[in-house]
Design a protein around this ligand. Structure first.
Ligand code: MN
Length: 238
């Protein structure tokens, strides 16, 4: 507990969400989870959108959607309620150590604390039905355990990702395999764009979009996500 909250009295306690930090006993406190939509051209096309004319758009997940995934292990991940078409989306996750308003692109990476591998798990049938009915996406995107994420690796140690292969396999078969340099909006551009609409703060994280070939999983499937030099992220659907 920090000095700023030490004297606050509440009728009950609410759990703060944290993400593990690699090679550290410290934990990263999560403030907001932003996610960019359709940030790889081929994925935009498979979702039925035209990637050439679209400004970036963002949605959020609740912080308690985070499921911390330990590297070197396969963590059980519950198949959620309500859906019959549960999809994986492997993504690079960006964690901020500071923020601001109207952050210029050339200063944006100064705010990055580190990077992790994450999954933007999606109830695709509900997301599509919501979109068709011009309703919000929450039911498809923002639910319990919908944001499995690995430990955050410090940018001061591993640097920033401008390119690199990001991939996802199901039961040993590669399904998604792309390069981070295929993002339509770079990490720096995403931070700058987000900060035009909301002040960003330390503790904010950004799911930077998934490449093409999203698809369904069923109970028993094992997902393995890879992005050098991060350790693999792996979950089993149960
Ligand atoms: Mn996504």
């Amino acid at each position: 507990m920090t000095a700023s909250t030490a004297n606050i009295k509440s009728p009950f306690a609410v759990k703060q969400t944290f993400i593990n930090i690699a090679d550290s006993s410290e934990l990263f406190p999560v403030r907001r989870i932003y996610c960019i939509g359709r940030n790889y051209a081929a994925h935009a096309r498979e979702m039925g959108a035209d990637p050439s004319r679209e400004p970036p758009f963002f949605f959020q997940k609740p912080t308690d959607a985070i499921q911390n995934i330990k590297s070197g292990s396969v963590t059980d991940h519950p198949y959620p309620a309500l859906t019959k078409n549960y999809h994986y989306e492997v993504e690079l996750v960006v964690a901020l150590k500071s923020g601001g308003k109207n952050i210029p692109v050339n200063k944006a990476l100064d705010h990055v604390f580190g990077y992790a591998l994450g999954l933007d798990m999606t109830r695709r049938d509900l997301q599509k039905a919501s979109a068709e009915q011009k309703k919000p996406w929450e039911v498809g995107k923002a639910f319990d355990h919908s944001a499995p994420v690995g430990a955050i690796h410090l940018a001061s140690k591993i640097g920033h990702f401008k390119e690199g292969s990001i991939s996802l396999s199901i039961n040993g078969e590669v399904r998604q395999n792309a390069n981070l340099n295929q993002m339509i909006w770079s990490v720096a551009e995403q931070i700058a764009k987000l900060s035009e609409g909301n002040e960003l703060f330390a503790g904010d994280i950004i799911f930077s979009g998934t490449p093409e070939n999203v698809g369904p999983v069923v109970k028993g499937d094992v997902i393995v996500c890879k992005l050098d030099p991060l350790p693999d992220l792996s979950i089993k659907i149960v």
